[in-house]
Structure formats: C-alpha cells, structure tokens
Design a protein around this ligand. Structure first.
Ligand SMILES: [Zn+2]
Length: 378
C-alpha cells in the first residue's frame, strides 16, 4: 500500500530539491516583513500549483501566515511549520545555497524550509497516486516561530482544535529520530528596586539594587534541577548608573525550561516567592512560560507508534524518538490535547548554525513517511 507513495516521492526528488531551493533563495528573517512576505508569495504560488486553496492570515508587523487546504473531507490533519528563519537578509552570501557531498546547504534549509517542501511532496503523493485518505490536509505555515509565535499562536491552536492530529515538520533529531517531548520554555525579567544615595557622602542611606540582584541571582539559579530536566539560568544582568551612586535599579533576564506542566508550575511558584534580602529593596518578577511543555502523552505515543510502523513498512531504519530542550509550535498543539508528532521534517544538522544543511538522499523517503502517516491517521 505504501510502496506507490514511496516510488512517487522518489520520482519527484528533483522537484523536491528545486522547491526547497526556491524557498531558501528568498531569505526570510522573522523581523523583516517585506522579505518574509516575498518568500510567502513564492510559497503561495507553489501551494496553489499543487492544488492547494491558500488563505493568507494577514499581519501588520510580521509576515502573513499561510493556510492551505487540500481536499474537502470533513476530518482534517494539520501539517504545521514556519518559514521565518533566524538568518538576516544577505546570509546567503556567507552560507551559499549549494549541493555538495550529498548535502544541501543554505540558511533556513534545515530549520525548516525543507520540512515545508516535504509536506508538499507528501500531499502530492497522496493526491496524485489516488491513495485512499480519510482526512483533508490542512497546512499552516507561520512567520514568527523563531521569536515565540506571538501573532500565530491563536491561529495555530484554532486549527489544531479542528484536527485529529498535528504533524510538525520541524527538523528531526540526529539520524531522523522524531521529537515526542519538548520542554516548555519561557523567560522572566526580575526587576529589583533599591534606594539611591551618594556612594561617598552617605552610603548608609542607600539600598543597592545591584547587591540585591546578586543575592537573587544565586536563589534563582538554585531553582535549576538538571536531574529533573528543569533549567533556570540568569542570562543577562543590568544595573547601576554611574560610579558615585548606589544603584536604585537592577534587572536580571532569566531563561527557564521545564519538561512537564507540573515542573513549570513549580518554577513559576519559585519566581512568585522571591523576597528581598535587604527589606529596603523590592522585587518584581515579570514573565512566565511562553510555550507549555510538549509531554509524551498516550496520544503522542500512539502517533509515534503509527509513524514507526509506517517507517518499517517502507523499509526504513528503525524510527527512533527523543526529546529536546527547544520549543516549537508543537508545544501549543500538544498542550491543548491534540495528538502531536514533531520532528517529522528533514534529516540534517546545524539549525541556527553556519553548517546548516539537510541530507539529500533521505529526503524523498521522509516525504513518503509523512504521506504514509497521514494515510494511517484515524
Ligand atoms: Zn524551526
């Protein structure tokens, strides 16, 4: 049953590469709306060309997100991903788009323009081989994942609620393993206010916000519990004004990650419980978790089991699973209870790094895996 899908995907290897390259060539850093929309226009044309009904979700200060629908069955499967990248326009000069030694290099190729093209080829395979499917395919390609999905989260959750499963085409783990858990992540800004005074004339009247933030940094970092997968790290500190003034303000930026909703709640409680050592100072903690954890629920495990069975039938290596400390939009869809499988995108390496690339030979079979999985979802 799955072999025609695989053969079709293999026959479209060049189409796949050409599609990926066309998207990589149009650089799309999250904060450059005009550039992101140029990439979006190309993607829209290509989605339409393969039979998609494309609706832009227009945004004023971010690129427009793209929703594409294929087929008209009532139940739906959602393919989810983003076409913004962390690279500025011009990065192509430093990381040229090249095929060499079985690898396709370029900014944003692994994270995650190849994943988008894989979803498109999987959809083509199902439609053009006349495979029996029980769902329509909906794709949501967003433009602000790399900065926290502020303008897309609501649309992602709405579309996920209408779906029987969400397949996230973010990069795979090394070797092609899927991501069945992701930590929740977020950040805090801890603002300490003290009392300014002349550091030479009357230092006793001052309450140093910098000294207080030093106390708090040690307390905050002590919340970290790596054995349980909880990481809490002060990543930036600012404070003070000039050499002769006891500082009345200091700030600490904190990165937080937690593997479960319960652990995230503990971290949140720890921040709410921060109290000053010097009672003349005050502490305010702003922030929280932006992305809830993607926990390996039974539903996630079942979906992974189906993917593994499809991979076996396609004659692929055993499809492994793993977790990651980084978040994705899959965190949102899993947290509202929709079966979500992440890391179904390309095999490669170097997300957000200069050696970013995908492994060319594995691409067509990866599309076949996605197609086969869509076909199996009930
Ligand atoms: Zn990504």
């Amino acid at each position: 049953m799955l072999i025609p899908l695989r053969d079709f995907c293999r026959s479209q290897r060049e189409w796949l590469l050409e599609t990926i390259e066309s998207l990589v060539r149009l650089e799309s850093p999250t904060t450059d709306k005009a550039a992101v929309d140029r990439c979006g226009a190309e993607l829209t044309a290509r989605l339409s060309a393969i039979g998609g009904r494309v609706t832009p979700l227009t945004r004023t200060d971010r690129g427009n997100h793209l929703l594409a629908e294929f087929g008209c069955l009532k139940s739906q499967v959602l393919l989810l991903g983003h076409f913004d990248t962390v690279w500025p326009v011009g990065q192509l000069d430093r990381m040229p788009l090249t095929r060499s030694n079985g690898r396709l290099h370029g900014p944003g190729v692994f994270d995650m323009k190849a994943g988008i093209a894989l979803g498109m080829l999987a959809t083509r395979a199902l439609l053009e081989t006349g495979a029996a499917i029980s769902h329509r395919i909906v794709m949501l390609w967003t433009t602000d994942e790399e900065i926290g999905s502020g303008t897309s989260r609501q649309a992602i959750e709405e579309e996920a609620r209408r779906s029987d499963a969400v397949l996230v085409l973010e990069p795979s783990l090394p070797g092609g393993a899927l991501k069945t858990s992701r930590k929740g992540c977020g950040g805090y800004e801890v603002i300490v206010r003290g009392v300014a005074a002349h550091a030479g004339i009357e230092p006793q009247k001052g309450a140093s916000a910098v000294q207080e933030v030093a106390h708090q940094i040690l307390r905050i970092n002590a919340v970290q519990d790596l054995a349980r997968g909880v990481s809490v790290n002060v990543v930036k500190v600012t404070g003070g004004l000039r050499s002769n003034v006891i500082p009345d303000e200091a700030r600490a930026i904190v990165d937080v990650r937690a593997p479960s909703a319960a652990a995230a709640a503990e971290v949140e409680a720890a921040f709410r419980a921060l109290r000053p050592v010097d009672p003349r100072t005050t502490i305010e903690a702003r922030g929280g978790f932006d992305r809830p954890p993607l926990e390996r629920s039974d539903a996630v495990g079942r979906l992974y089991g189906q993917a593994r069975a499809v991979a076996r039938e396609l004659g692929q290596n055993d499809l492994a699973e793993g977790g990651t400390g980084g978040g994705s939009d899959g965190n949102f869809t899993a947290a509202i209870g929709v079966p979500t499988l992440d890391g179904l995108g390309a095999i490669g390496d170097g997300a957000h790094a200069l050696h970013e690339h995908v492994d060319i030979e594995s691409l067509p079979d990866r599309a076949a895996l996605i197609a086969g999985l869509i076909q199996r979802i009930q």
